[in-house]
Design a protein around this ligand. Structure first.
Ligand code: ZN
Length: 437
């Protein structure tokens, strides 16, 4: 285990080592990435076999790639996988042969706006092959009057599998929060090597904390299919989780922003907003939408986990998104360090949040029976105080569903957190409510 302190040098070393690896939905690039992360934290590497049905999906065949190129007639490589793994459409079928440009061009992809960028393309669920090139390379291939030699040395492995990483950090309570990131993108630094590495660094920081209240489930999965497979393999555990974070695009030079979870009043959102305010970071927020990353799977009807993301140059939003210019000139160790500090503050607040659950959920508790109904004969001031407490009690009974924390209830009702917590503890002592965490 790497015992070095998380500083810029360490982040830089890991960025440099991890960046060139050709990751995908499956394959050795993902294993190699997770093995390197094992130097930082004791994550477990797990394999889910290809062909296995996971909800409405099937885990795909494992893709392996050794080499790929397009050569001109003199044998000069115009496009070379070894110079950038983005040159090959991810999950390309193997191909070898000579093509003239008119036949080749339907397999070529260029960026519509940035001439010197290699775009990132995939063909996961339709067997196809292709190359991604700069405008200059495209023009060179076009000018070639003779046939071009094309080779993609890839294959789909028999009895392969999909690889994921998992680390459960146990706190005093078994109640879990989920921290998820995706590992399927090849040499793209912000989306999402930054998230992959930050997740490991954050886990390393949490492992140092001795008195964590909650437990934290960290996972590194290929996007979509990996999250789906993980939910299928760990259904009962995932169903118990109420909130979490998807770590993505956290290493760019741009401003911090956050994408809300599906319930804008959930604790996770108010905690993030509090942290932004505390650190005087201008609040840039994206409401929940149905695109994005693995929050789609975790927020589906069967799981309904409130998953938020804090980003630094959010996916979709920066011009280098999904291109070869999303590289280590764009992502810097100091930006990842800034994201780490921010995420650490968020986790600290998550860990301090309390969750209660009303025991009687059908209609309301008879408050007078429990000596909770205000006696209205007092002075104006005490009457107001009593009414305030009644207001707090009624909101707590209404909103404490065992899944949303005091932080979120405070945000929704405008009632001070300390007052809410004090009243909640009173309701626990009266046997009306359970404390979940
Ligand atoms: Zn992406």
């Amino acid at each position: 285990m790497n015992q070095k302190k998380i500083g810029l040098k360490l982040i830089s070393e890991y960025l440099t080592r991890l960046f060139p690896i050709c990751r995908s939905l499956t394959g050795d690039g993902n294993r190699e990435t997770l093995k390197i992360l094992q130097e930082i934290i004791p994550l477990k590497i797990k394999e889910y076999p290809s062909g296995k049905h996971v909800f409405d999906w099937v885990i795909p065949e494992e893709w392996q790639i050794k080499d790929a190129w397009i050569k001109d007639k003199t044998g000069v490589k115009i496009v070379d996988f070894n110079k950038s793994n983005l040159h090959v459409v991810n999950y390309s079928s193997p191909i070898e042969g000579s093509f003239n440009f008119s036949r080749l061009k339907k397999h070529l992809h260029i960026h519509p706006e940035i001439p010197n960028a290699i775009p990132y393309r995939t063909s996961y669920y339709k067997k196809d092959w292709g190359f991604c090139v700069t405008h200059e390379q495209y023009d060179l291939l076009k000018k070639s009057n003779t046939s071009l030699n094309v080779k993609i040395d890839s294959n789909f492995k028999k009895n392969g599998s999909l690889t994921i990483g998992e680390l459960l950090i146990k706190g005093k309570n078994n109640y879990e929060s989920l921290i998820s990131t995706y590992i399927c993108h090849p040499s793209l630094a912000n989306d999402n090597l930054s998230g992959t590495l930050l997740t490991a660094l954050l886990a390393k920081e949490l492992l140092k904390i001795k008195n964590l209240k909650r437990s934290y489930r960290f996972i590194w999965v290929p996007e979509t299919i990996g999250a789906i497979a993980y939910c299928a393999y760990n259904k009962s555990k995932i169903k118990k989780i109420d909130e979490g974070l998807v770590l993505t695009t956290v290493g760019g030079p741009g401003p911090f922003a956050y994408k809300q979870s599906y319930d804008s009043h959930s604790s996770i959102n108010s905690i993030i907003e509090d942290v932004f305010e505390g650190k005087e970071i201008p609040l840039k927020k994206y409401p929940f939408d149905i695109f994005g990353s693995d929050e789609r799977q975790f927020s589906s009807q069967g799981f309904k986990i409130n998953m938020a993301s804090i980003t630094k140059d959010k996916y979709y939003e920066y011009p280098f998104y999904h291109t070869s210019l999303d590289n280590l000139n764009f992502v810097k160790p100091e930006y990842i360090k800034q994201s780490l500090d921010l995420y650490k503050s968020v986790i600290k607040k998550i860990d301090g949040d309390s969750i209660y659950k009303s025991k009687l959920t059908e209609c309301e508790v008879m408050l007078s029976k429990h000596d909770l109904y205000p006696k209205l004969g007092g002075s104006i001031l005490s009457k107001n105080m009593q009414l305030n407490e009644l207001n707090n009690i009624l909101w707590l009974l209404n909103l404490s569903n065992g899944r949303n924390g005091i932080h979120g209830i405070s945000k929704k009702t405008g009632i001070d957190r300390i007052k809410l917590k004090r009243t909640a503890e009173k309701l626990v002592s009266k046997g009306i409510m359970d404390k979940i965490i």
